[in-house]
Ligand binder design. Sequence first.
Ligand SMILES: CC(C)(COP(=O)(O)OP(=O)(O)OC[C@H]1O[C@@H](n2cnc3c(N)ncnc32)[C@H](O)[C@@H]1OP(=O)(O)O)[C@@H](O)C(=O)NCCC(=O)NCCS
Length: 161
Amino acid sequence: MNITLVTLAEADLVACHALFVDAVHALGRRHYTEVQCVAWAPPGPMPASWRAAWARRLGGSTGLKAVADDGALAGFAWLTDDGEFDMLFVAPWAAGQGVASRLIAALEATGRQAGLAELSVYASHGARPVFERAGFAVESDHIAWRDGVALDNWIMKKALP
Ligand SMILES: CC(C)(COP(=O)(O)OP(=O)(O)OC[C@H]1O[C@@H](n2cnc3c(N)ncnc32)[C@H](O)[C@@H]1OP(=O)(O)O)[C@@H](O)C(=O)NCCC(=O)NCCS
């Protein structure tokens, strides 16, 4: 699979949301219950309030999308201006082929160029080994609350010398 990384734009957010729902329910479901996945990524079209919130978050971030040769969206991620991996999702059909690792490496390079001293992420069970391979270390465990449902994850950090 040939994948190209391209700058993520606000116009991509509806497609990103569809991928996010697919990724959570197909890949996240390996580690989280159905109830947790529904709270994390409610199925259905992207609500207008989510679109506005994601656009606001992307506005303070650098985003990339991973695109296959046929134009299909294989994944996306964004890194906030203060160094947090706020989003990282890969389409089920593209999983396990290094797409997330490429997105992390490219955004890490952006963070270095911007002079960030440290990167951080609230990593899911599935993402933790991917971030560990990228040199991140677990700081502590963490609970994210979505719609009254607890999602267990980890705060991970990487210093940029
Ligand atoms: C977590 C997630 C982003 C990982 O995406 P991914 O593209 O599959 O991740 P990678 O391919 O980079 O790494 C995953 C696996 O592929 C393997 N891999 C890495 N590079 C590879 C390559 N070039 N060829 C084949 N396999 C490769 C890795 O060894 C790893 O295997 P393992 O975890 O079984 O040991 C994806 O599963 C996802 O979207 N999950 C649901 C949502 C989620 O948890 N998001 C993260 C929020 S913090």
